[in-house]
Design a protein around this ligand. Structure first.
Ligand SMILES: Nc1ncnc2c1ncn2[C@@H]1O[C@H](COP(=O)(O)OP(=O)(O)OP(=O)(O)O)[C@@H](O)[C@H]1O
Ligand SMILES: [Mg+2]
Length: 379
């Protein structure tokens, strides 16, 4: 008996989140296992870090294949997509009124559903363009990292976006967990691992032991907030309005949280008094001052998380140190500020901006671990 695509379609379209470990759901969906194997032959398994600032895609067997800003350029009326990723980011602040530059995620969660779906669909399609004889059909099994503090509705939105974008199965895992796996921490052992992921929209801190988060926090204060702090600082001190992209450039060029040899960066903005463009030479000590409040808030939350951690785990962390991931960990000196306040050793993970996606990729290879730690499975 043949299976017609027509019969298959409604099942695939129907989106639902399954509670992990619910045997009833597993029995109900058992027949899908056969289809899973079928689609598995034709599509890749992929890991996705759908970040506020950057989207990374991992393809099983290949590694990281996409690393692009989470930005979409869209025509306002026709809704036609003009650019996605790096090309769209270059247009930020430079487009006419009929074009909108959208960041589909805000504070780690989906703010524009359509744009997020288009962006993901674009990447899913892109990784399935292959030069092999057997064409790849974009119906992947995906593992996606989401912030640990999100609501059920926000979780559902991520799963829906992935499924609408073509995924046949969307496994959601908590970002700090994925980041810890990506940073090669032994998360399944009965020992404390402290991971801090400072991203664009959220900073996540978690103590993980035996495959679970023992204590954790997710705050909506991270890289974006630092950019805003620079904009505010320059506006108040110099009556100069910087664009968001310029503020980020300044932060990446001379942002620091320690006293070191002074560095300078010339930024261009609009003078609020004359309305005309003006250049300004900013120093690293000024930027350090601008960033201090945001960094203090992040570090304060790390200290509080540590205070809530059971003593046995604290002694493990004392030995191994606090591990930093995410783009925010690239600010020079942030590790010494954290170390000073927590009295713990602090280490920045290797390639900190890819920890989450590497963790998602590792989970694609380890179904047993995925089954244990995933939050939900959308099909
Ligand atoms: N060298 C650097 N110095 C300081 N900040 C940096 C540097 N490189 C990147 N960043 C910042 O890191 C942030 C992006 O980090 P990352 O890609 O980890 O975030 P994300 O995963 O997209 O966001 P989230 O996890 O919050 O959803 C941006 O705010 C960016 O400005
Ligand atoms: Mg992130």
């Amino acid at each position: 008996m043949g299976i017609s695509i027509k019969n298959l379609k409604p099942r695939i379209k129907k989106i639902r989140l399954l509670d992990v470990g619910n045997p009833v759901d597993r029995v109900r969906y058992f027949p899908k296992a056969g289809f899973n194997r079928f689609w598995g032959l034709f599509s890749h398994d992929i890991g996705i870090d759908l970040g506020t600032a950057n989207t990374l895609v991992w393809v099983r067997g290949k590694g990281i294949v996409i690393r692009e800003p989470s930005v979409v350029a869209r025509h306002k009326k026709t809704k036609d997509i003009l650019a996605i990723g790096g090309d769209a980011k270059k247009m930020l602040g430079r487009v006419p009124t009929n074009i909108e530059i959208i960041r589909p995620l805000k504070d780690g969660v989906i703010a524009d559903f359509d744009a997020a779906e288009l962006m993901l669909a674009h990447y899913i399609k892109k990784v399935h363009v292959s030069g092999t004889v057997i064409p790849k059909i974009p119906r992947p099994r995906v593992v996606i990292g989401i912030p640990s503090g999100v609501t059920e509705v926000e979780k559902r939105a991520v799963a829906d976006v992935a499924l609408e974008a073509g995924a046949r199965e969307a496994n959601l895992v908590e970002e700090p967990m994925a980041a810890a796996i990506g940073a090669n921490l032994p998360i399944t052992k009965p020992a404390g691992n402290f991971i801090v992921d400072i991203g664009g929209g959220t900073s996540e801190m978690a103590v993980i032991s035996m495959g679970g988060i023992v204590v954790g926090r997710s705050i909506r204060v991270a890289g974006d907030e630092m950019n805003e702090a620079i904009v505010n600082y320059v506006r108040l001190k110099y009556s100069l309005l910087l664009g968001e992209a310029t503020a980020e450039e300044v932060k990446i060029a001379i942002g620091t949280s320690r006293d070191e040899k002074e560095k300078y960066f010339v930024a261009r903005g609009r003078d609020l008094e004359t309305g005309l463009p003006r250049s300004l030479k900013l120093s690293s000590s000024e930027i350090s001052e601008a960033l201090s409040e945001t960094i203090r808030e992040i570090v304060g939350n790390i200290v509080e998380t540590l205070e809530e951690t059971p003593p046995e785990l604290v002694s493990d962390i004392m030995e191994k140190g606090i591990i930093l991931a995410g783009g925010g960990s690239l600010i020079p000196g942030i590790e010494s500020v954290i170390s000073e306040k927590t009295k713990m050793p602090v280490v920045v993970a290797e390639d900190p901006m890819s920890c989450v996606v590497r963790g998602c990729g590792a989970l694609l290879e380890d179904s047993a671990l995925l089954e244990k730690i995933r939050l939900t499975r959308g099909v």
